[in-house]
Design a protein around this ligand. Sequence first.
Ligand SMILES: Nc1nc2c(c(=O)[nH]1)N[C@H]1C(S)=C(S)[C@@H](COP(=O)(O)O)O[C@H]1N2
Ligand SMILES: [Mo]
Length: 369
Amino acid sequence: MTEETGARFPAVGDPSGLAPDDRFYREELQLANRNRGMPLEALRYPITPVGMHYLLVHFDIPEVNAGSWRLNIGGLVAKPLSLSLADIQARPRQTLPVTMECAGNGRALLDPRPVSQPWLLEAIGTSEWGGTPLRGVLEEAGVSEQAVEMVFTGADRGVQGDQDQVYQRSLSVDEVMRGEVLLAYEMNGRPLEPQHGYPLRLLVPGWYGMTSVKWLMAIEAVSEPFEGCQMIESYRYSDSPDDPGKPVTLQKVRALMVPPGIPDFLTRMRVVEAGDNILTGRVWAGRREIVGVDVSTDSGGTWSEALLEAALSPHAWRGWSYRWAATPGQHTLCVRGRDSDGGIQPTEQPWSQQGVGNNMVQRVEVIVG
Ligand SMILES: Nc1nc2c(c(=O)[nH]1)N[C@H]1C(S)=C(S)[C@@H](COP(=O)(O)O)O[C@H]1N2
Ligand SMILES: [Mo]
């Protein structure tokens, strides 16, 4: 939520934005019911069915009339453009499987818990996104040498950090000119659904999800770094309310497991039969390469390497599998990914004030027998 105290809108619970104990607030439940996660058994699908892809909407889902909608490109450009959806769809079409993850994935596992959208581990999904490369459109507009960043504006409006705002994020000119950055109007071969940004969204593979601005209305080339709320106040790795912290950018490495066996209805504790079990899951690392996945069946005591499948695309997750000879009793299964930059998922929580980038290893409690 907001760090402000004495603001027009009261902070929930502790003014530091931290929850004092394990009980969740009604406001977190309200957010959780709006912003669904991907049920982890959907890790079985290489491409997530649209209705199972996670969802994160800060304010309300805006109603956009695609007939009158335009994408306006302006600021420091030689030729400002105003494009209809048909104009954009007439441009070269590209499809790309991309794994998206919310920066807040893992937040509700932190201790103490930052009060915001209370994700456990389900803020992920992989779609086949269809659209046109943004670079082509920007080349046509002619971005000035003076421009350092592009600001992306969505159609949704609300109050956050005590500011009335529309959702806006910026990216450096170098980043927006990368070939994989799309103006996306399709998800798995169908028009975007309203909640995923209809009629058009930005899609920035490799970055945490906040960068992929939905209901895109405008792109503006600017000469100074943009200092909107979603850049300066939100999405920072900060240690305390007073620490401005560093910006949240690329996805970190993370592996997740398809929950094995069958669940207990309420606790989700897994019940598995003794003997050979094939554990499976997916692993991704944003822009970095995956170099390995390790599984532990003894709560992180010892680790063994899993088998890796080929990647669907350079921007999507990879499948992994591991044969486990399950013995009767209670076990804690763990999985961790390793990336080409020496990144490895930690067993200690990487805590931050806003609960972002928590890629601590997954732990799955299992009863065998
Ligand atoms: N306009 C707008 N764009 C947005 C958001 C938003 O609230 N408004 N949420 C962002 C965040 S935090 C994430 S994680 C992704 C989620 O995209 P999805 O809901 O399609 O999975 O959209 C991003 N783009
Ligand atoms: Mo997010």
